[in-house]
Design a protein around this ligand. Structure first.
Ligand SMILES: *[C@@H]1O[C@H](CO)[C@@H](O)[C@H](O)[C@H]1NC(C)=O
Ligand SMILES: *[C@@H]1O[C@H](CO)[C@@H](O)[C@H](O)[C@H]1NC(C)=O
Length: 192
């Protein structure tokens, strides 16, 4: 009889630990993000879309990384506080599901963006995004047209130089010919 009771206690313990484990799984932080690699042009906006779930109210923290640079963008806890770094305050929009919008992109914004979610138990999880920022196309066109103009100017200059050289050459040839002519042909020198 006592033997069976003991087994009952063990069963309960196993059941409890399984329940706790399932609760822990259910309570684990999850970060869902549809797209982790984004490409935008200068002056465009980007939206890092995530949907987080965890136990209680999360603390969301976004960090920018590029090479050796690591910069805090902002930290917020929905309903409690929002702290966006001064450099970003005018360009960042924050959302309760963890998403972040960054507007008016510049070339140095290209890099790695990490969102770190910390739940009330103190455990945390993060996810990274890669952002590529391209130069605006019209800047390329401007560059091309300036190059074309410079080339055209150079070609014009070359043509002018060749024309002048040709003129000088002809003049020298005529002068030499006249020099070699006999003295009695002096009348022909008149147009000089
Ligand atoms: C997060 O919320 C924003 C704004 O409500 C929404 O546009 C975006 O789609 C959400 N992201 C996900 C992954 O659900
Ligand atoms: C806001 O964030 C900055 C940079 O991470 C930090 O230095 C500052 O102490 C924070 N302020 C508050 C009120 O949390």
């Amino acid at each position: 009889m006592w033997h069976f009771r003991l087994w009952d206690v063990q069963d309960v313990a196993v059941f409890l630990s399984i329940t706790l484990y399932l609760c822990h799984l259910a309570g684990a932080i999850s970060i869902h993000s549809p797209q982790r690699s984004l490409t935008r042009s200068v002056q465009e906006d980007v939206f890092f879309s995530v949907d987080i779930s965890c136990v209680g109210i999360p603390t969301i923290q976004w960090t920018f990384m590029s090479g050796a640079v690591s910069r805090a963008i902002g930290t917020w806890r929905p309903g409690f506080y929002t702290n966006i770094t001064a450099d970003y305050s005018s360009r960042v929009q924050h959302y309760n599901n963890g998403s972040m919008g960054l507007s008016d992109l510049r070339l140095p914004d290209a890099g790695y963006y990490v969102v770190t979610v910390t739940d009330e138990t103190g455990s945390s999880k993060d996810t990274g995004f890669v952002l590529k920022v391209n130069e605006v196309i019209y800047e390329d066109l401007q560059y091309l047209s300036v190059s074309a103009l410079a080339l055209a100017c150079l070609a014009g200059l070359l043509m002018l130089t060749m024309w002048l050289l040709d003129k000088v050459y002809r003049k020298i040839k005529a002068w030499r010919r006249r020099k070699e002519m006999p003295e009695n042909d002096a009348t022909e020198l008149q147009p000089l």
